[in-house]
Design a protein around this ligand. Sequence first.
Ligand code: GAR
Length: 190
Amino acid sequence: MKNIALFASGNGTNVQQITEYFMDKKEVNVSCVIVNRKDIYVIERAKNLGLDCFYFNRKDFYQTDNVVNLLKERKIDYIILAGFLWLVPQNILADYDHRIINIHPALLPKYGGKGMYGHHVHQAVIEAKEKESGITIHYVNEKYDSGDIIFQAKCSITEEDNADTLAAKIHLLEKEYFPKVIEKVINQTI
Ligand code: GAR
């Protein structure tokens, strides 16, 4: 059995989907949710799902070992960034080489980097009149959105699409693929 921690900064649909997917599976245990803001809906979701949820501020993340210590205490094997918007600090990267996985709502290497998250990504894709977008699941390193790519899936964009309808398409892809890809990485079948 492998323990995973979900890092989140927002609404938490991915946290919910991942947790529900692994609820009745023996190989993976969703151990906890780690958040970096106190005013986000994912905290409510974690409560409703019966998950332990821990808040850490910027100082905790970047100037202390508080997060790493919690991960060790809870014997976390993999970290999943499920809409987490800060760079992962060096002390966590050092302990979790190729064991931190992020999802990005576009086809990297396009539309990645600092400031490219959530709605900003979809807006940029629509403004560039792209014919397709998608999701990228990748390992995390010290830079935004630039670790080794594990998996991508695409969706088409029509003339009627706007950033909101594109976001809905992307969320469907995330629901369909993110939990399964996490499972494959953990079981080392990808
Ligand atoms: C997701 O679409 C995820 O791909 C994106 O944030 C959203 C979080 O939604 N991540 C990034 O933009 C990372 N750069 P959620 O909180 O409802 O899961």
